[in-house]
Write a protein that binds this ligand. Structure first.
Ligand code: B1M
Length: 216
């Protein structure tokens, strides 16, 4: 198989042997971000489609996720880093009840590489933990990730909780994850999040440009 297809296949099949060598070869002609966006994520999308249609069982999805994580870890040192540190602090978490963290961790990498301090709380984080960390670290923003449809409801509850506690004006919120849509965040959630700032990030790069905007 050609290199690109081979890499995509490794994600789909959860096959790690030879992964690093293929990634190194790919780095010869493209940058790390392009390899992730154009090739690896397309493999993950196929995994999601196969799982969604019942053609792939969960343990195999997990294997694919492990290979994806290993690939990102291998590519990370090759990513461009900006010199400017200390642009601001964001507390980042996958919301309560949700274990998906590949996207969140990509956001962490992209923001960290671009001068932000990221306090990454991990997965299944209740709003209390997120708000405690935001206060403790004097965060400039809160980022929540979630891939399950039920996580979109949790995010809504989290915003309601922030409103109720009078914290909406304090922390701008960035939301991302495959189950969200732009209109859900920018129409429905914004409507209820009166006085606060809530943004939708389609991918890690939109997350970065939103952080840049929030900080100006
Ligand atoms: Co799960 N899973 N999974 N899964 N899984 C989905 C999300 C699903 C769509 C698959 C499907 O059915 N087609 C489906 C959800 C359906 C729904 O809610 N309606 C699903 C399901 C059902 C489940 C379980 C319930 C399965 C089960 O147990 N029966 C279970 C859930 C457990 C739980 O959370 N409580 C489960 C478990 C798992 C694994 C553990 C096996 C594994 C996760 C491993 C891990 O993350 N460590 C897994 C995986 C890998 C997937 C799919 C296949 C791939 C997700 C992924 O990593 N994508 C996924 C299918 C899909 O998404 N289409 C699926 C790559 C990643 C880079 O994308 O996270 O979207 P994503 O991030 C993007 C953007 O969304 C954005 O930036 C990234 C790109 O730059 N982004 C942000 C994300 N967060 C952001 C935050 C920001 C900004 C941007 O700012 C704060």
């Amino acid at each position: 198989l050609p290199l690109d297809e081979r890499l995509e296949r490794r994600i789909i099949d959860g096959e790690r042997t030879g992964l690093e060598a293929d990634l190194d070869e790919a780095l010869g002609s493209r940058d790390a971000i392009a390899i992730i966006n154009d090739t690896l994520l397309s493999g993950m999308k196929t995994v999601g489609d196969l799982f969604g249609s019942g053609q792939m069982q969960l343990p195999f999805v997990l294997q694919s996720a492990e290979v994806m994580k290993a690939a990102v870890a291998h590519l990370e040192p090759h990513m461009e880093k900006s010199d400017g540190a200390g642009k601001g602090t964001i507390v980042l978490a996958t919301v309560k009840g949700d274990v998906h963290d590949i996207g969140k961790n990509l956001v962490d990498i992209i923001l960290s590489n671009n001068g932000y301090t990221v306090v990454n709380l991990g997965i299944k984080q209740p709003i209390n933990a997120i708000l405690d960390a935001a206060e403790q670290h004097n965060a400039d923003a809160i980022g929540m990730s979630g891939l399950l449809v039920k996580s979109t409801v949790i995010m809504k509850d989290n915003l309601a909780e922030m409103l109720q506690r009078g914290m909406a004006t304090r922390f701008p919120v960035l939301l991302g994850g495959a189950a969200l849509t732009r209109s859900y965040v920018e129409d429905d959630l914004r409507d209820l999040y009166e006085g606060g700032e809530v943004h939708y990030a389609r991918d890690a790069f939109e997350g970065l440009s939103l952080m840049d905007r929030v900080m100006t």
